[in-house]
Design a protein around this ligand. Sequence first.
Ligand code: DGJ
Length: 739
Amino acid sequence: MTVKINFDEQHQIFHLTNQKISYILGIEEGQLLAQLYFGKKITSYHNSRRYPRLDRGFSPNLAGQPAEIDRGFSKDVLPQEYSGNQTGDYRQTAINLTDDVNGASAADFRYADFKIVSGKPHLKGLPQTYIEKRDEAQTLIIHLIDATLRTSLYLSYTIYDQRAVIIKSAKLVNNSDRIIRIDKIASAQLDLPKNNCDLISLYGAHVNERQIQKNELPFGITEISSRRGSSSHHFNPFIALVDKHISETSGEAIGVQLVYSGNHQFTIEKDYIQQLRIITGINEYGFNWQLAPTAEFQTPEVIFAYTDKGLNDLSLTYHKLLRERVARGKFKYAKRPIVINNWEATYFDFNATKIKAIIDKAAPLGIEMFVLDDGWFGKRDDDKSSLGDWYEYVDKLSDGGGLANLAKMVHKKNMQFGLWFEPEMISADSKLYRQHPDYALTIDNREMTPSRDQYVLDFSRDEVVDNIFNQICQILDTVKIDYIKWDMNRHLTEVYSHALNNTQQGEVYHRYMLGVYDLAERLVTKYPDILFEGCSGGGGRFDAGMLYYFPQSWTSDNTDPIARLKIQYGTSLAYPLSSMTAHVSASPNHQTGRQTSLAMRAGVAFAGVLGYELDLSKLTDDELKTIAMQIAFYQKHWQLLQYGDFKRIKSPFEENEVAWEFVSANQEEVMLFNYRILSEAQPSFSITKLTGLKDNYLYQETTTHHQYYGDELMNVGLYDAPVAKQDFTVTIKHFKKIK
Ligand code: DGJ
């Protein structure tokens, strides 16, 4: 085992290290926990970053006897591990606490003791990274105390063998006899010395998720966050601090990824001497928590990753960790089925005959699963009713003998059957709402704010979660279902629970998420053979938190391949390809109106978990033949496409030519995708240099039989030609090492 956590007693320094990284922190004057280093592994630390003392005006000092006060030492500039409020550090704080008795708002945690445990303790009720073997990780737990509040803070740091990541989280324990109000509690803080890095974040919107932006950091505070009750389409809970001139293959970067699906907050502060402070966790907006005597509060965890080899290496670190130690269950390494989903084929307008026509066409093509999307329950013929009524809409599929018969028919065709749910929602026009109007998030005497004509269930309440759990089980226990698409089509408003008292309303956002996690956990535990796909109006809750329960997620409601180039490229910064579902849909595309060839649509959908979402009964025989060939191609290469190392080569955010590549773990097999977006009268002859191959392996292109050594493909490269006089083209090249 290469992972080590050392405590240097003499210098009071902790050094967490493995073969790739070192994370160093120390106990400073006044028992303050100071951040010293996070980066490439070093052998051992000998106080090279002793913090320089300097008397800085208006930056306060530590309390003490006048003769002892060191005017050169201030919390306001010291890089720290977890800063409190109102006690001398004016930068962003990691924690804000208020004493409920006197109303004083201040927190100041000082080091008390530590322990090192092998493995990684489990966090109850939260998604998390985990271990499979006890010796693959070690965890350092540092105990700090605020003596005035008689409150303990436990900062947890897990380091894995071989992986360039540190997992951090915080737990607060109230040892006093009074209530402590938590106004903010971050998962972690990372202070960095002066440097010139840029910030990468993933912004977006519905049908335009995870667009990459890279910005210079100004003095002051930059915030990336969500206040929507969900991690959102708008800002993904991931950022990276990167060298100004970072490329995919060179440069340093630190990634910060929160394992949480609710309101998140990343603040990046450049202080007055250009040091950086990164704080992330549950958003302080709309949050406060009454921590009763003896109670504890555990934050979600955050994954810090480091690379000195460019963005692609950072992404691979996340891909592997999320695939191997966040995703769970029997599907985590399994071949994901190729689905046909009826949403864009029929929307709400279906009956068994229509569905059967699609399935009849799908089965001979090699499609493995049919997914019945929205509209099969309650009395749902449009998006205005029935959410919350998870029983079969008997009239809808009566021409085929109902839902169970439809499932049987699908299974008879040797296909699997999947079903759509939207568990967290309620329609005003539903039985559930008529029986339990208080189950919705609402505020008395205030109108409910509609969105997609629906409302949000109060998942902070156990009885609401139980009700939905029981309804879903009722369906799963009577119909043979192999897959569930768990959707969520609006964000939270009137975030008020009728089951909590007036001092606890600031807990609802987080309790809501705990309720969602609880329902997901109960379902995946009770039905381990069902494959779950997360979804929120496309990729509105595409985060490591949901990935803990659902190994794949619908990447976007935008199925246009040209838009998908950017969405999938951006998503791949932080998430593995096995988690991204991608469907071939109709042309013209329903979201953009753009017309593209079937080859282009599949050429983009191959890069992820392939599926189809169009009315197969309306396609020509030639089109069906093409689809059959696409499926045969994917069946042959799924291992490489779902679990190979994904390499970004040319970015759709920068160029008309886009390229990405998949390389097998043993580097013996490679799949290169080249896309050209717009046709040009004078096209450039663009070259793609492959990456991640072995210099001295001889690779053969499997269709042309051309042979090249790895170093030729990586340094000389290949022309992207042939250049077609046509917009939106794709070329796929497959190489195998010659034995
Ligand atoms: C949003 C999803 O992203 C779509 O795929 C579809 O399931 C609709 N909801 C159904 O309402």
